[in-house]
Write a new protein. Sequence first.
Length: 171
Amino acid sequence: MTEAVKIAQQYYDDTETDRMYAAIWGGEHIHYGIYTQPDEAIHYASLRTVETIAQTLEKIDQNSRVIDLGAGYGGAARYLAKTYGCFVCCLNLSQLQNQRNSQLNQEQNLSHLVEVTQGSFEDIPYADNSFDIVWSQDAIVHSGDRRLVFPEIKRILKPGGELIFTVVLKK
């Protein structure tokens, strides 16, 4: 585990940090939103981002296996599972976020479609060619060495599979 990954894990596993993210983002998503109104709630803007990204996928249905790298609270995974009926694996560092994710999956009766796994996307704990879609929102930036992440993505992605991710860029 790189030093950057350790720092990210400590940051997101801090109780106060977790409480802040849950309060600000509403406990479902932890990523940037697409706003249509200046006073729109973060929750709706974040959901709109997930909806917009999902619409760009070419092949997603009930037979798809998806992995969400840096899944946070799992909002995207639950949206994909509910909307498309696909199976989604949430890979995430934070134990606190993973606990909330598992709880929300259970509350929304989605535990059979959404799996939560503790781990790093620098060393993905799944077999080669395991997923049809690799999804990641604003998370790869937390890697200390992105040169480790993309070969891992290539390894777990089935031939012809799709990679979709967002990153925060500074101009």
